[in-house]
Design a protein around this ligand. Structure first.
Ligand SMILES: [Zn+2]
Length: 185
């Protein structure tokens, strides 16, 4: 898959809104820097019981970033699930790849946190297994009690920088560590 498949659009929302609303600008400011929004099309047709969770996670990423728009418009990002072996993400390039949710881990950890974390890899974030729950990319190192599904400000800002610059990366596999429990409660 090619990063060219990431749709791009130029947002001129401020100027457009002023026109639509008929608000006269007596002394319009010079055109602001264009905001480039990258669209990552995700597909939940293979996500089974986790399709809704994927939608929630996409909504979180949209809410926490400025340069990214996740939408169900194609298959830049496929969501799969499996049983056993761990949740993971395969990023072929920025915004392109797939996420696999392990149904066993989904019973032990917040599945929304797993989903937003794994999608974070597709959006260009590395792991940061420092045990801190306020970080999304600390993943399973923060324990099963950590249900925070939101990127920290620094994590969201990194995604904005990634998509603002359309950083070039090759395929990377994030074989995640969400430590298993002795028993499933
Ligand atoms: Zn990870």
């Amino acid at each position: 898959m090619s990063p060219r498949r990431i749709g791009r659009r130029l947002a001129t929302l401020v100027a457009g809104a002023a026109t639509v609303l008929g608000l006269g600008l007596a002394n319009p400011a010079p055109a602001a820097a264009e905001v480039v929004t990258a669209t990552v099309c995700y597909n939940t047709s293979q996500a089974g019981p986790y399709a809704g969770v994927a939608d929630q996670a996409a909504g979180i990423w949209n809410a926490y970033t400025n340069n990214l728009n996740m939408s169900k418009c194609g298959s830049n990002l496929m969501i799969y699930y499996t049983t056993g072996g761990g949740s993971y993400a395969v990023r072929r390039s920025l915004g392109n790849g797939y996420v696999v949710i392990d149904t066993i881990q989904a019973q032990q950890y917040s599945v929304l946190r797993i989903m937003t974390h794994e999608i974070g890899h597709i959006l260009g974030l590395p792991d940061n297994y420092n045990g801190q729950c306020y970080l999304l990319m600390s993943g399973g190192s923060a324990g099963t009690g950590c249900t925070n599904p939101y990127p920290y400000s620094t994590e969201a800002a990194q995604v904005d920088r990634n998509f603002g610059g359309f950083g070039a990366e090759g395929t990377q596999v994030f074989r995640d560590s969400w430590p298993a429990l002795a028993t499933i409660g």
